[in-house]
Design a protein around this ligand. Structure first.
Ligand SMILES: C[S@@+](CC[C@H](N)C(=O)[O-])C[C@H]1O[C@@H](n2cnc3c(N)ncnc32)[C@H](O)[C@@H]1O
Length: 292
């Protein structure tokens, strides 16, 4: 039987990993210069105590592992938002953020004048926490933002989106950041196949993923095993790993004509070149964008 989110802490509480990465984005606004992700709303979503803690600095500001994670978290949002911006020229007017967590794009949507609407899809417990944080931070929910509750392991994304006003005829861009590793590989592939078959030409998806740990250099393996253990202890175990070549082939087989896949060196070349603070990601995660 497939595990479901009822096997994880998500069934009982908001995602702890969503809160952690939200703090990373907020920390980036205060601690890193120049910014890779300019996200002024991030600081308003973490709560007063976290804002005060971040303003004081702390170990995470200097720890190599925390800096590497922070780099990956801001790079993947920047990557998805850059790919989304490019997709507007292909007719995209619907942005679906899968596993949105504390993503703040909807609250600073630079494409609202072009008519871009946003659907935030996530577990209802994480959504309830987010809406409380938005209220606490005084962040208004703009028109054109829709919350879609889901358990990816148990519910149909197509049904949930369509009952919440998403139009399958209009080209859509999806982002799926920090989620694929928490799902069964079959669930991830089924969702990608659904995007390929249910959305029109011009649509696309940006996501991140982790290749099988044993395929990585020894030092990266050690870090990834530590991370996997840390998130499992938070009740959100990693389940989905993808071989880059096999994933690329599967996506082309589904009908995506363009597949962009960046490993950590490529991410660093694009987003962290010539910095005097040495910020950048270590090995491990990949960023991917597939276009129809
Ligand atoms: C690491 S967080 C990433 C959040 C956000 N994409 C970001 O980058 O800040 C993982 C997100 O996936 C969601 N998630 C994980 N498993 C899920 C499931 N089975 N159904 C619905 N949402 C799930 C969590 O609620 C959480 O918001």
């Amino acid at each position: 039987m497939q595990p479901t989110s009822t096997d994880t802490m998500l069934a009982y509480s908001p995602s702890a990993t969503a809160r952690y990465v939200a703090q990373s984005r907020a920390a980036h606004q205060l601690w890193d210069s120049p910014l890779v992700l300019d996200d002024p709303v991030a600081l308003r979503l973490v709560g007063e105590q976290a804002r005060a803690d971040l303003a004081r600095g702390g170990l995470e500001k200097y720890s190599l592992l925390a800096r590497s994670l922070r780099s990956f978290v801001v790079a993947r949002s920047r990557f998805a938002e850059d790919q989304l911006a490019a997709s507007l020229a292909r007719g995209v007017r619907q942005y679906v953020i899968l596993g949105a967590g504390m993503d703040s794009f909807a609250y600073r949507n630079p494409h609202s004048a072009s008519g871009l609407r946003v659907w935030e899809v996530d577990h209802p417990n994480t959504q309830a926490y987010k809406r409380a944080q938005l209220a606490e931070g005084g962040v208004a929910v703009p028109q054109g933002t829709t919350y879609v509750p889901i358990d990816f392991q148990r519910q149909s994304l197509a049904e949930q989106l369509q009952t919440h006003g998403w139009d399958p005829q209009v080209p859509s861009f999806f982002s799926w950041l920090g989620v694929s590793m928490y799902l069964e590989p079959a669930t991830v592939l089924d969702t990608l196949r659904w995007v390929a078959t249910a959305t029109p030409a011009g649509s696309g998806i940006a996501m991140d993923y982790v290749p099988p740990i044993a395929q990585q250099p020894w030092a990266v393996q050690a870090v990834l095993r530590m991370l996997a253990m840390a998130v499992a202890m938070q009740g959100e175990p990693w389940r989905g790993y993808f071989d880059p070549q096999a994933l690329g082939q599967a996506l082309r087989g589904m009908g995506f004509h363009t597949v962009i896949d960046w490993d950590s060196d490529t991410v660093n070349r694009h987003f962290f070149r010539k910095r005097s603070d040495g910020l950048g990601m270590g090995g491990g995660g990949h960023l991917l964008c597939a276009i129809l």
